[in-house]
Ligand binder design. Structure first.
Ligand code: UTP
Length: 218
């Protein structure tokens, strides 16, 4: 069974090497039962590079490329445990034997979209968006204390929240609009989970009951 995981860049901090080791161990363990495809985000590294470069450069494609480099650096960090080739396109990723670990591909979207494209390409049974909050909320939980986590949300509602367009390099939405469109069109079963909580991430990978949000696609 094929499972694609978008591992949010917010989960990867150079100061938290224990977490990186634990997540790599989970990937190793779950790889015995699943064909895993891990797409790693750029997080703080991407944001800091983009913010600084934006002071001198207004070319959004260039800024996206900086972001992509950051996602690939983070992917290489996770890949230190596996030492596999890091594909730079969806087509190449689909040709490699799992577990596959990669970052971004081309400008104009986030690694969530890469994960959705990869899920479509390899016909994955499940897409997991691993982020640093417990799921999708009715409003930004980092800004509003009374934000409520949703146990499930329809893809139509989620698309409304994500908006229709790609925003700007380094700007993030709940799940980017391109990813949402692919999830809806391909009806990909999608779970949003807090990747910091490795037991919940494991439950989501294994299709067990997990604390997070189920995106309803049917
Ligand atoms: P992320 O996927 O980490 O974006 O890529 P994000 O939305 O900020 O991340 P999370 O999900 O909230 O952690 C970082 C930046 O790299 C560029 C974009 O500018 C993105 O904002 N990028 C990434 C691309 O242009 N193409 C890709 O395939 C991946």
């Amino acid at each position: 069974m094929k499972v694609v995981i978008s591992l949010g860049g917010s989960l990867i901090s150079l100061k938290e090497s224990d977490y990186i080791k634990e997540v790599a161990n989970l990937i190793k363990k779950a790889s015995k039962d699943f064909d895993l495809y891990i797409v790693v985000g750029g997080g703080k590294l991407a944001r800091e590079y983009i913010q600084t470069a934006r002071k001198f450069c207004s070319d959004e494609r260039y800024l996206d490329k900086l972001g992509i480099m950051a996602t690939r650096l983070n992917a290489m960090l996770i890949n230190s445990f596996f030492k596999k080739e890091i594909p730079e396109s969806i087509e190449d990723a689909a040709k490699i034997a799992p577990p596959v670990i990669m970052g971004g591909t081309t400008p104009g979207h986030s690694t969530d979209a890469v994960a959705a494209m990869l899920a479509r390409e390899v016909n994955a049974e499940r897409l997991i968006i691993a982020t640093d909050v417990d799921g999708i909320y009715d409003k930004d939980p980092k800004k509003y204390e009374d934000a409520k986590k949703l146990d499930k949300i329809s893809i139509k509602e989620l698309r409304k929240m994500a908006g229709e367009e790609w925003k700007k390099a380094g700007e993030s939405a709940v799940i980017d609009s391109i990813a949402c469109r692919i999830i809806e069109e391909e009806k990909i079963e999608t779970f949003v989970v807090n990747g910091k909580k490795l037991n919940e991430l494991e439950n989501a990978i294994y299709g067990k009951k997990f604390n997070g949000t189920v995106v309803e696609v049917k």
